[in-house]
Design a protein. Structure first.
Length: 429
């Protein structure tokens, strides 16, 4: 991919950004019509001359109506820490005017600005667009569609225009904006454009407020039926359990021990403390799934794989359903990285979903995954095996796990590329 193509696309993108902040879509149309009429206008062609005069008058009137400038404004966003991919959410924005002599008035508009929407040349050069191999040679050589795809991916969604309901003579304006994520992962706003439109809605004039904020878009959650998974022969269904210590109450009381700094005063057993002369505290336990494990196969070349996205959505959906049934897995494994479910966290499900939100591909092949081989034969009650490529290598890995006496539930996207017969639960996402 030639560097000069990248430089040209980068300059063009920045130029178009400036145009979008100066003209509305209607304004672009009016200006194009005015220029076209100027090329063909003739004093003897009265209709064309009349149309040109009207367009020119609208442009001049619209320009004059935008005289003056907006006062200095400070902005505060109230974004959620996380949201769901492809699900629209609303958040509040507060604008505070620092110039007490010039309050906001009239119809104003608000639009977020994407943080770092343009890729680096290295990313542009090494990250093909999904399905790029099906494009003609010229398109592959120029890389224009690859550029467009990377821009949209980095932006993380479309940035809607929000009209601000301005309260007259008020220095503080609070309103609601909305956004719909188009991908998982962290999405950032570098600032916002506050502007007004001209009399005929041709031009925009405003200020850019620099204010970085971000949130995490979790994988999309869809309905997931777990009944058939645990009823399938060969899957233990999470019947094995283990005891885990709990610091709070509400679970089964197992024993008493000496009070230690940091223990809750509410758990002190006063009767035993009085008898022994030393403070005693209660210990509680609950039964949890003994070693259920989520394995996310991320063995694919490159930075992006189209079938990996619905796979993560399926994994997140199953985690969501298992959390409702109070049987989250003990471990989450993404490639060779292993994470324990944070049992004492206030929202362990969110911790796991955040890990899925940032999952990426790995050059380590499934055959060379040392950590996956280590879990074979352990005391897991079930392994939930998620793969974006269901070929013989993945089948063999799942078969080895099943042969060790562990239940296997395999989920895949794309086509079933192996011709071997089904010996464990399979589900195409």
């Amino acid at each position: 991919m030639k560097k000069k193509n990248f430089d040209w696309y980068l300059r063009t993108y920045r130029f178009n950004e400036k145009i979008d902040r100066k003209f509305t879509n209607f304004g672009k149309f009016v200006c194009i019509v005015a220029v076209a009429l100027l090329l063909f206008v003739n004093m003897r062609t009265s209709n064309l001359f009349l149309m040109f005069s009207i367009a020119l008058a609208m442009i001049l009137a619209d320009t004059l109506s935008l005289s003056g400038r907006l006062p200095k404004i400070e902005m505060t966003r109230y974004l959620p820490e996380s949201c769901q991919n492809r699900k629209r959410f609303s958040y509040n924005v507060t604008l505070t005017v620092r110039d007490t002599q010039r309050p906001l008035k009239g119809r104003l508009y608000f639009q977020e600005i994407a943080a770092s929407p343009t890729p680096s040349f290295e990313v542009f050069d090494t990250t093909p667009e999904p399905g790029e191999e099906r494009r003609n040679r010229f398109d592959r050589m120029m890389g224009y569609y690859r550029w467009k795809w990377l821009i949209q991916k980095n932006r993380g969604g479309d940035y809607p225009e929000t009209e601000i309901g301005v309260k007259p003579d008020s220095q503080v304006q609070t309103f609601s904006a909305n956004f719909t994520p188009a991908r998982r992962g962290r999405i950032g706003f570098s600032g916002a454009y506050i502007y007004k439109k001209g009399l005929f809605g041709i031009f925009k004039k405003g200020i850019i407020i620099e204010n970085y904020s971000s949130f995490v878009a979790l994988p999309e959650i869809i309905p997931f039926d777990t009944g058939s998974i645990f009823q399938t022969e060969g899957s233990s269904g999470g019947e094995k359990t283990r005891e885990t210590q709990e610091t709070g109450s509400g679970f089964e009381l197992k024993s008493l021990r000496d009070f230690m700094p940091g223990d809750s005063l509410r758990n002190i057993h006063w009767k035993s403390s009085a008898k022994s002369g030393t403070l005693k505290t209660k210990e509680f336990y609950k039964d949890v799934d003994a070693g259920s494990l989520f394995f996310i196969d991320n063995s694919f070349p490159g930075r992006y794989f189209e079938d990996f996205e619905p796979l993560l959505s399926g994994a997140a959906s199953l985690l969501f359903q298992l959390d409702r049934e109070n049987r989250l897995p003990q471990l989450l494994m993404i490639g060779e990285e292993i994470f324990e479910t944070p049992e004492n966290a206030p929202k362990p499900l969110n911790e796991l979903l955040n890990l899925l939100a940032f999952a990426e591909g790995s050059p380590v092949k499934i055959d060379n995954n040392v950590k996956l081989k280590e879990i074979i034969g352990n005391n897991s009650s079930n392994v939930f095996f998620f793969t974006p490529v269901y070929d013989d290598a993945r089948y063999d890995a799942a078969e080895r796990i099943a042969a060790a006496g562990t239940g296997v539930s395999l989920f895949y996207t794309g086509e079933r590329l192996t011709r071997k017969g089904q010996i464990f639960y399979e589900k195409r996402l």
